[in-house]
Design a protein around this ligand. Structure first.
Ligand code: SF4
Length: 456
């Protein structure tokens, strides 16, 4: 069921506890490598043992049945699923696309409200294509990874202006034609909205498959990811691909969770080799084929990090150590004036249209050098405000309020927050610095990041 990439199925069946010399098997004469000159020795192919695959068609059928039956009974009631069941009409385009894009790196509970507001505001592709980026950013504010919203809108414009308003319907075409649609999103849209029998691999699927088949090599490595895509494509149910993919993801989100999986309630526990290993203290027996050893198998845990019995099934998956987030300090100043209705108003300015938080609004801010002393920070910020406002700003008039820490995926950001009450107005050049005064209510309705809300 796992289609070999090379077409040489026999090589894949090799048990990985075979002696190293035997693991280097020449390419089958029936599928010669066209890149090699005649008679040249074939390169070594990494063994991919049966223990890590689904090689029994009956087991695959049983797994599909068990998983789908559980999904039918236990799936969560999510707004995009309600639409799939109901009369979706013109909304078919957005049901999976919008929800899948929003769900990247974001929890379901957070997404639901954003999804509902989005679909209410832009129920059709045409409506989204006509929206301004400012409107998209306003609705997306607080959801993070802002380029997702921007790309979604760009893709909608492309569908309307270049594809005659018709969404591509296969994973290949979706990925090729739409900006911001990667392999996972393409597979999810094609299988769930259009019934294409294609698999998906996201974080939840990685966890479930690695546990089902004891894959303990670095799960972010290209070799393992390729194996998992092959497995997902082989496993997906041919008659209910969308439901099967959602069921696998749902299992990872609700049962096969990262830290304390509920193996006793798991609908596929009888197919799970990690659980079997936990229960019996050794690798699951695989008919006809030897168990893996540790060390020379490309899918087993590396020899330096063997199975740890105290972790049980959570031995899988394994990830390479995360790169440490970069530390950054930014001085930010909340300029405040009395508004015409007597309440306070704050000055916000727009960030550049590319890079981190592109196009979002923020309080005037200035990245700081790493080793700057606190007094110098204040002076540097005062100089910056002075140049920007075209009027003198004394460093001592800036009141230090405190520090706000916000973690972006790759940046540990500290905002050093100052405030500056103003008596009169400030005249700014709108061409170089798009800016505006807002009340607190308007601030929260604007396209501002969660970090800036913390600053306020
Ligand atoms: Fe995950 Fe446990 Fe189910 Fe295996 S038995 S798939 S580890 S929940």
């Amino acid at each position: 069921l796992v289609r070999p990439r090379t077409g040489c199925a026999s090589i894949r069946q090799r048990p990985c506890r075979a002696p190293a010399s035997a693991a280097v098997e020449p390419r089958s004469p029936s599928c010669p490598d066209p890149a090699l000159p005649a008679g040249a020795p074939a390169p070594a192919l990494a063994p991919t043992p049966t223990r890590h695959h689904f090689s029994d068609p009956e087991e695959v059928e049983a797994l599909r049945r068990n998983l789908l039956a559980w999904y039918d009974r236990c799936k969560r009631d999510l707004p995009w699923r309600a639409l799939v069941r109901g009369d979706i009409g013109k909304q078919r385009w957005g049901i999976m696309w919008v929800s899948e894009i929003m769900l990247q790196q974001t929890q379901v509970a957070t997404v639901i409200d954003y999804y509902n507001r989005w679909m209410q505001k832009w129920p059709t592709l045409q409506a989204l294509a006509q929206a301004s980026l400012e409107e998209v950013n306003e609705l997306w504010a607080g959801l993070g990874y802002y380029s997702r919203g921007k790309r979604l809108q760009e893709a909608a414009r492309k569908v309307v202006s270049e594809l005659g308003g018709h969404m591509p319907r296969t994973a290949e075409a979706l990925q090729k034609l739409l900006p911001g649609v990667g392999r996972y999103t393409a597979g999810a849209i094609a299988s769930i909205s259009y019934g294409q029998a294609t698999g998906v691999v996201d974080g939840n699927v990685i966890r479930v498959l690695c546990r089902l088949r004891c894959i303990g090599a670095d799960s972010s490595s290209p070799a393992v990811i390729d194996q998992l895509w092959d497995m997902a494509n082989a496993l997906v149910d041919r008659s209910r691909p969308g439901d099967f993919n959602q069921a696998l993801m749902e299992l990872g989100a609700t049962v096969c969770v990262p830290k304390a999986p509920l193996c006793g309630e798991c609908p596929v526990k009888q197919h799970c080799r990690a659980r079997c290993r936990k229960l019996f203290g050794k690798p699951a027996p695989v008919p006809d084929v030897e168990d893996c050893g540790v060390g020379d198998c490309p899918l087993c845990p590396p020899g330096t990090q063997p199975w740890d019995s105290s972790l049980g099934v959570t031995n899988f998956p394994r990830k390479a150590a995360k790169k440490q987030a970069r530390a950054m300090r930014t001085a930010t100043c909340v300029l405040e004036r009395r508004g015409c209705r007597g309440g306070p108003e704050y000055l916000i300015m727009q960030r550049p249209s590319s890079g981190l938080l592109a196009g979002l609004w923020e309080f005037p801010s200035l990245p700081l050098a790493e080793d700057l002393q606190e007094e110098r920070e204040r002076e540097v910020l005062a100089d910056h405000l002075q140049a920007w406002m075209g009027q003198p700003v004394a460093a001592k008039s800036l009141r230090f309020i405190g520090e706000v820490i916000h973690i972006f995926s790759h940046i540990h950001q500290t905002y050093v927050v100052y405030s500056l009450p103003l008596d009169g107005d400030v005249t700014l050049d709108p061409a170089s610095f798009p800016s505006r005064w807002v009340t607190e209510e308007e601030f929260h309705a604007s396209a501002v990041s969660t970090a800036m809300k913390k600053v306020l």
